[in-house]
Design a protein around this ligand. Sequence first.
Ligand code: DQA
Length: 147
Amino acid sequence: KPIHVLNGPNLNLLGTREPEIYGYETLADVQARCEARAQALGLSVVFRQSNHEGQLIDWVQAARTEASALVINPAGYGHTSVALLDALKTLAIPIVECHLSNPAARESFRRETYVSLAATGVVSGFGAASYELAVEAAAGLIGASGA
Ligand code: DQA
């Protein structure tokens, strides 16, 4: 089964959205990085973005049966959404939380991260490379080495 990579609100604007914080690469660039890294590991990814909390929850629920692991950048919802946390808690597969920036080094309200309560681990602060590291971590957790 593929690794599902979910992206929350405003990440569709990546590249033009506060680039000094989030970088100049677009979400399409990030997707290409994830696909390349997954392919090198003998895996595939399903890559999705939504600005809508309910859509993200529907995709988390889909991952229950359709994914081998979940990588999620919940963006702003990570700091607010109990419903997203509740959905993630229904998953039996590994969950890697991923952020471009390092929320712990930013405003204090970004230190509250509900999603982290359900995550197997978190990759933060490496820009677009955070996603590749997250895919690699997910692959390790499901026992795919690329060898
Ligand atoms: C983010 C960090 C969040 O605090 C913020 O709300 C985002 C992006 C990141 O990838 O660095 O939208 O998840």
